[in-house]
Design a protein around this ligand. Structure first.
Ligand SMILES: NC(=O)c1ccc[n+]([C@@H]2O[C@H](COP(=O)([O-])OP(=O)(O)OC[C@H]3O[C@@H](n4cnc5c(N)ncnc54)[C@H](O)[C@@H]3O)[C@@H](O)[C@H]2O)c1
Length: 260
């Protein structure tokens, strides 16, 4: 009985979930988590080798997945991803927009192309995913979209100016799109992780910066990527998440709630 209830609340059997940036550290963990909840997962990203490895890991754990190459900042490529997903499974129920880049340059030295790349990858990719997949979901029975923000959306983080601005914009955009698509059965939420060592922030997490982060993180540690899975399933599942839209959910060991 308990298992049937959990399945009803959090199960994704028979659903298709697309994870853009599923080739990355956090996206990969979310892809594996969604597959373990029963979804067929489309791992989408730029690195075919990393995508194939993630698909293998999902299959080895008893799930099912495929890799589709996408450039998340290119409209035609995102449209092709939607077409490939529909070709593979005939449906799309969940989209996770998890492509992202970071850049740490002293404020007065930020180059225009660097600023633009961060804004494009973090914000434009979210916009294209929401518009193209959200538009399809609105016309085909609804769905759930999860965007990825950051604790820097709440408090701008030193040294990452474009990144913080992009994540604040992702949160604002998510709420606006949630309002727009709610009447058409599409829920849109944003998950804001704290600090999880990954490729895009490896260079930024110096020992000094790590010490500062820990001093402001009540749980006094970095997060593990799989610790984002529970909130992801809650926000994406049609059962448990049915009345949640426009929500900004922080998974950060208490960082955002901390005040010195
Ligand atoms: N790691 C953290 O502590 C942390 C904290 C808050 C938010 N985030 C966010 O989580 C998301 C995932 O980051 P991560 O930490 O796993 O980093 P990551 O570098 O491991 O993953 C990012 C992925 O995005 C992909 N990507 C970048 N540009 C792309 C494009 N144009 N098209 C397709 N794919 C593209 C990369 O190839 C990579 O696989 C990002 O949005 C990041 O800002 C991460």
């Amino acid at each position: 009985m308990a298992l049937a209830f959990l399945e009803e609340m959090f199960g994704l059997a028979g659903r298709t979930a697309v994870v853009v940036g599923g080739t990355g550290v956090l996206g990969g963990a979310l892809a594996e988590g969604l597959a373990r909840a029963g979804a067929f997962v489309v791992v989408a990203g730029r690195g075919a080798d990393r995508g194939a490895a993630r698909v293998d890991a999902i299959k080895a754990a008893g799930g099912d997945a495929t890799f589709v190459s996408v450039d998340a900042v290119d409209r035609e490529s995102v449209k092709a991803l939607l077409e490939a997903t529909l070709h593979a499974t005939g449906r799309v129920d969940v989209l996770v927009n998890c492509a992202g880049v970071n850049s740490s340059v002293p404020y007065l030295e930020i180059a225009d192309d660097d600023f633009a790349k961060v804004l494009d990858t973090n914000l434009k990719s979210t916009h294209l995913g929401c518009q193209i997949f959200g538009g399809h979901m609105a016309e085909h029975g609804g769905g759930a979209i999860l965007n990825i923000g950051s604790v820097s959306a709440d408090k701008p983080l030193s040294k990452v100016f474009a990144y913080s601005a992009s994540k604040a914009a992702v949160v604002n955009y998510t709420k606006n799109v949630a309002r727009e698509l709610a009447p058409r059965g599409v829920r849109v939420n944003v998950l804001c992780p704290g600090f999880f060592p990954a490729e895009q922030n490896r260079k930024i997490l110096s020992p000094e910066r790590t010490a500062t982060i820990m001093s402001q993180t009540p749980m006094n540690r970095f997060g593990e990527p799989q610790e984002l899975v529970g909130a992801t399933i809650l926000l994406c599942a049609p059962g448990a998440g049915s009345f949640i839209t426009g929500a900004e959910v922080y998974v950060d060991g208490g960082f955002t709630g901390m005040r010195l």
